[in-house]
Design a protein around this ligand. Structure first.
Ligand code: CND
Ligand code: ZN
Length: 373
């Protein structure tokens, strides 16, 4: 299949500007590539970090979006794991299957990832998108804010054909990232006490993971108290707003829990809250997990005593899941009602309203907005 498809996409021409809906040309998939018709795509804060210019390594112009579900339209030579018509989820965390990380029992940051170093290009160094004669970059090896996208075979996996795209798209990022941070990275234990900083789509999924792991106390922390209702519905046993206290929130948490929580999660993406989350876990056996994306080139000035006494500080990308293995299983679990996603989806909008979706996120009025083509 060598035909070029003309379709609608949202292009981010430069940082700090609204996305513009344009007609783009999507080239045919080359060897080991897959062209996907996107059915539904969620808006994640990471896309907004790219628009706001916080992630300085992201190349422009670019098609953002990394949380989606769709159907395979065509495949390039040598593709064996999917075929046209398969329902799929694109994977911003690839699983090449052959690298050292993919073979290692612990890691999931496959060497072919676009996260540690963003090129915005396919593995052959070119893009599959053009608009007005200009090549357009792909975000996070997925670029799902387009009616059609092309991804490497490492970055897509087949899922249950019956799964509703407008819900399971969240398994492509938000749900899996937060839930996995609790169950895979922290390995929260039954009876433990947890604190989740940031109750957006990813943080609320971390709350769900803490609950599923049997935590007996889950403290939600957010400066937007409107998030507390859903947090409690999903398993938070109490919620606190740092603005309601004179003293630093880490001191409040240490006092409330008799020395600090067992597990804390930073799901915002700010260095100050990363420090606060670290300091709020128990000085000896507490573990803090960084899930929020740190702004490029930011630095943290750390008192080594915080770690010397025994705390553990970890990062977690895509919830620690090996994506190709885990995503179809998570979809099956969703279909088997082992967890629900409706509480995370506050808005469903037509794709053309993408900028409205970002405004809702920036104003703190939405959890996840899902865009439909
Ligand atoms: P979203 O913006 O929906 O949620 C963040 C929440 O944090 C909001 O409810 C805010 O009100 C709250 N907040 C902001 N500032 C503070 C503060 N100072 N103190 C307490 N609460 C605050 O974001 P999201 O849930 O879509 O994403 C959260 C982070 O996770 C973000 O940084 C995103 O880029 C990152 C992420 C990481 C990964 C990964 O693989 N590690 C994947 N996707 C997204
Ligand atoms: Zn994301």
């Amino acid at each position: 299949n060598s035909t070029v498809i003309k379709c609608k996409a949202a292009i981010c021409w430069e940082p700090k500007k609204p996305l513009s809906i344009e007609e783009v040309e999507v080239a045919a998939p080359k060897a080991h590539e897959v062209r996907i018709k996107i059915l539904a795509t969620g808006i994640c804060r990471s896309d907004d970090h790219a628009i706001s210019g916080l992630l300085t390594t992201v190349p422009f112009p670019i098609i953002l979006g990394h949380e989606a579900a769709g159907v395979v339209e065509s495949i390039g030579d040598g593709v064996t794991s999917v075929k046209p018509g398969d329902k799929v989820i694109p994977l911003f965390m690839p699983q090449f299957g052959e690298c050292k990380v993919c073979h290692h029992p612990k890691g999931n940051l496959c060497i072919s990832n676009e996260i540690a170093q963003a090129t915005g290009l396919m593995l052959d160094g070119t893009t599959r998108f053009t608009c007005k004669g200009k090549p357009i970059h792909h975000f996070a090896s997925t670029a799902t804010f387009s009616e059609y996208t092309v991804v490497h075979e490492n970055s897509v996996v087949k899922i249950d054909a019956a799964a509703p795209a407008e819900k399971v798209c969240l398994i492509g990022c938000g749900f899996s990232t937060g839930y996995g941070a609790a169950v895979n990275t922290a390995k929260v234990e039954p009876g433990s006490t947890c604190a989740v900083f940031g109750l957006g789509g990813v943080g609320l999924s971390a709350v769900m993971g803490c609950k599923a792991a049997g935590a007996s106390r889950i403290i939600g922390v957010d400066i937007n108290k409107d998030k507390f209702v859903t947090a409690k519905e999903l398993g938070a046993t109490e919620c606190i707003n740092p603005k309601d206290f004179q003293k630093p929130i880490q001191d409040v948490l240490v006092e409330k829990t008799g020395g600090g929580v067992d597990y804390s999660f930073e799901v915002i993406g700010r260095t100050e809250t990363m420090m606060a989350a670290l300091a709020s876990c128990h000085m000896n056996y507490g573990t803090s997990v960084m899930v929020g994306v740190p702004p490029s080139a930011s630095a943290i000035n750390l008192d080594p005593m915080l770690l010397f006494t025994g705390r553990t500080w970890q990062g977690s990308l895509f919830g620690g899941w090996k994506s190709k293995d885990a995503v179809p299983r998570l979809v099956t679990d969703y279909m088997g009602k082992k967890f629900a996603l409706y509480a995370l989806i506050t808005h469903t909008l037509p794709f053309d309203k993408i900028n409205e979706g970002f405004d809702l996120l920036r104003q703190g009025k939405s959890i996840r907005s899902v865009l439909l083509f």
